[in-house]
Design a protein around this ligand. Structure first.
Ligand code: FAD
Length: 397
């Protein structure tokens, strides 16, 4: 009998976990040895990070230990991937300095902030990226509010959110829910707090249905959010941001949500990338590397309907992971692989806990009904990950 194939999955995000779990379900350990590498011992729900960032939920609600999600047949290695060595079919790890070899590599390392070269952004802004980063944002914001009691400087309670895409709008929605509580706690008049959402594009939520965008803008504006649309940030300083045209907004808390690029490890591997993302073929393979598959935010797929890349979403990463697991299992057994076809199920953006907007199937939803659908989507992910047990444990997000 031949040796089991070594499948190495990098990253325990939506794409990586779905691949590893799917492979374990379909292949026996005599057919494949599946190893999953992730830098943390836990998986975090990236789609929920705007909540702990604003402080509307504790960050522990947004993560779950990876070991509790995996069947025993998957080997979990907690370490940071340092480099992918394609020629040698090896991956170098940072902590242990070990090298892991593979027959098939699945890369699901997620994204990094795209700053579009805006001066000072990396140094002075905060980013909604992972548990550490959102914990830092919340603690920083609360500390700034506590200082306001003494110092009375408006910039301490001015929050600038760069980017009014999905993440930016969801974060602003959570802030709208959180600020009244913070103001009560620190004895600050609510009207003093400024939330300014700055966007370079001519609209909030580019690509979303116009009526839904209007609903979101009207709702958030009614809660005091200021929108500055078609207004790129030119520079981020220690004092705040400078906008195109010269306006300066003094702010102690600038949070950038304006875009993502693929993980640097992928860019450095020698695989061709566009903003760190790999334009994969229909089998999710990296060009020129038949045994290397890319899923999630590190991958780039073109929507043939409009000739534009699909936005990087958890929905896409999940579907890719599920399909790739089936394909790899079939391939390892000498069978065929089927082309991946993305089937969008709809998108719902929350505007705080009780309000949302979205399209599900062909239906446009707003308000409480959309917020309910958002909850259903979140629960579905928990179910896919850890069955009913995880839904019951983590379902009260
Ligand atoms: P991720 O889920 O980001 O996972 C990558 C994993 O790799 C992480 O565990 C990370 O720790 C690990 N990792 C990274 N580098 C290394 C390394 N060097 N070594 C080891 N491990 C490493 N999408 C939707 O579909 N719907 C939504 O409602 C939605 N809302 C969002 C809200 C917010 C606030 C944000 C930030 C994103 C949202 N998204 C949403 C987008 C979605 O979260 C991403 O597209 C999705 O997480 C991508 O999945 P992934 O598997 O590629 O990567």
């Amino acid at each position: 009998m031949s040796e089991p194939k070594k499948v190495l999955v990098l990253g325990a995000g939506y794409g990586g976990l779905m691949t590893a779990k799917g492979l374990a379900k379909q292949l026996s350990s005599s057919e494949a040895e599946v190893t999953l590498v992730n830098q943390n011992s836990y998986h975090y729900f990236t789609t929920e990070l705007h909540k702990p960032a604003a402080g509307t939920s504790h960050h522990d609600h947004t993560r779950v230990e990876i070991a509790s999600l995996l069947p025993r047949s998957v080997k979990f290695v907690q370490d940071r991937v340092k480099a992918i060595k394609l020629e040698e079919k090896k991956v170098e790890l940072e902590g242990s300095n070990e090298e892991l070899s593979y027959d098939y590599l699945v890369v699901g390392l997620g994204s990094a902030p795209e700053t579009f070269g805006i001066k000072g952004l990396l140094e002075n802004a905060y980013f909604i990226r992972n548990i550490d980063s959102v914990r830092r944002i919340r603690e920083h914001m609360e500390y700034m509010f506590s200082r306001y009691a003494d110092e009375k400087k408006d910039e301490l309670i001015t929050i600038v959110v760069g980017g009014a895409g999905f993440t930016g709008i969801e974060y602003v929605g959570e802030l709208v829910d959180r600020i009244p509580e913070l103001c009560r706690y620190y004895d600050i008049p609510e009207g003093k707090v400024r939330i300014v959402n700055v966007e370079a594009a001519p609209t909030v939520l580019p690509g979303f249905d116009e009526a839904l965008v209007k609903y979101a803008v009207d709702y958030l504006s009614s809660k005091g959010v200021e929108f500055k649309i078609s207004t790129p940030i030119e520079e981020c300083t220690e004092e705040g941001v400078i906008l195109k045209g010269g306006e300066e907004i003094k702010s102690a808390t600038v949070v950038w949500t304006g875009g993502v690029r693929g993980n640097k490890v992928v860019e450095d591997s020698g695989i061709d990338t566009m903003r760190g993302r790999v334009k994969v073929d229909e089998l999710l393979r990296a060009p020129g590397h038949e045994n290397v598959f890319i899923v999630g935010d590190c991958s780039l797929m073109i929507n043939k309907e409009n000739d534009r890349p699909y936005p990087p979403t958890a929905q896409m990463a999940t579907q890719q992971g599920q399909q790739l697991a089936k394909n790899l299992a079939s391939f390892i057994r000498g069978g065929e692989m089927k082309p991946f076809v993305y089937e969008p199920k709809g998108t719902v953006a929350s505007l705080g806990k009780r309000v949302a907007i979205g399209v599900v199937g062909s239906k446009k939803l707003t308000g409480g009904l959309a917020a309910f659908m958002k909850k259903v989507i979140d629960l579905r992910w928990l179910y896919l990950l850890g069955g009913i047990g995880l839904v019951l444990r983590k379902g009260k997000l």
